[in-house]
Design a protein around this ligand. Structure first.
Ligand code: PGA
Length: 256
């Protein structure tokens, strides 16, 4: 049985005091929930304060990105080691916004993934097709290409530190959600790919999150699908009310 994981990706929202307030509300709201892992990913500058706020709770801390070098002359970048220092257990890698606005390629994503795992960070690798790719029947080819591009030469044991997030790009921030059956089909496809590459045990264990306009009203139908092990939530994660509702709905998952 895979314990559901609900992740809040705050993106470029909630710095400073707002971040502390939001993380405090989330911490208080999840006190009685122990069958869902809850992870929040604030902006870099809020990590230290958010860690201080949540460290005595079950809420885990993650970053939205990191660089692939540990140190050196790379102005503006953040080392995976720095993330460990401030209490992060997770980092998101290869989000579609990084691919789109910051020209991240599969090679860069692979380097980031390896580097983060080498210092023992758990990683959330994002994959997903664009609208025209889905409409042209290319969704599975695109996701396969992304998986092959990022995971082909990852050491076998690294797979334990990887969570996959399937995020159809056309569903991110648009209010359009992938139909639960279609999402589950893609999740099963990803799990099968992991099984072929890393073995059945890894496929059985790996958590595959859905992301793209998850809201309190649609989470239940998504989370009930066997291969959907949680969510990567953007917009609805920066208000405590909707994020907590999503977590509570995930805690009612019955089909694994
Ligand atoms: P959204 O974002 O929930 O606002 O669609 C999800 C994501 O980009 O991770």
């Amino acid at each position: 049985m895979r314990k559901p994981l609900i992740t809040g990706n705050w993106k470029l929202n909630k710095g400073g005091k707002d971040a502390m307030q939001l993380s405090r509300n989330i911490k208080e709201g999840v006190r009685d929930i122990d069958n869902v892992d809850v992870l929040i990913c604030p902006p870099f500058t809020a990590l230290i304060e958010v860690y201080e706020t949540i460290k005595d709770s079950s809420v885990k801390l993650g970053a939205q990105d990191c660089f692939y070098e540990m140190k050196g002359a790379y102005t503006g970048e953040i080392s995976p080691l720095f993330l460990i220092d401030v209490g992060c257990e997770y980092v998101i890698v290869g989000h579609s916004e990084r691919r789109q606005y910051f020209a991240e390629t599969e090679d860069i994503i692979t380097m980031k993934l390896k580097s983060a795992i080498s210092v023992d960070l758990n990683t959330i690798l994002c994959v997903g097709e664009k609208l025209e790719e889905r409409e042209n029947g290319k969704a599975f080819d695109v996701v396969k290409r992304q998986l092959e591009g990022s995971l082909s030469d990852i050491p076998e044991d690294y797979i334990q530190k990887i969570t996959i997030a399937y995020e159809p790009v056309w569903a991110i921030g648009t209010g359009r959600t992938c139909e639960p059956d279609a999402a589950n089909e893609m999740h099963r496809f990803i799990r099968n790919w992991i099984g072929e590459k890393f073995g059945d045990k890894s496929a059985e264990k790996i958590r595959i999150l859905y992301g793209g306009s998850i809201k309190p009203h649609n989470i239940s139908s998504l989370i009930e699908k066997e291969d959907i092990d949680g969510g990567l939530v953007g917009g609805a994660s920066i208000s405590p009310g909707s994020f907590l509702e999503i977590i509570r709905a995930a805690s009612k998952k019955t089909r694994y």
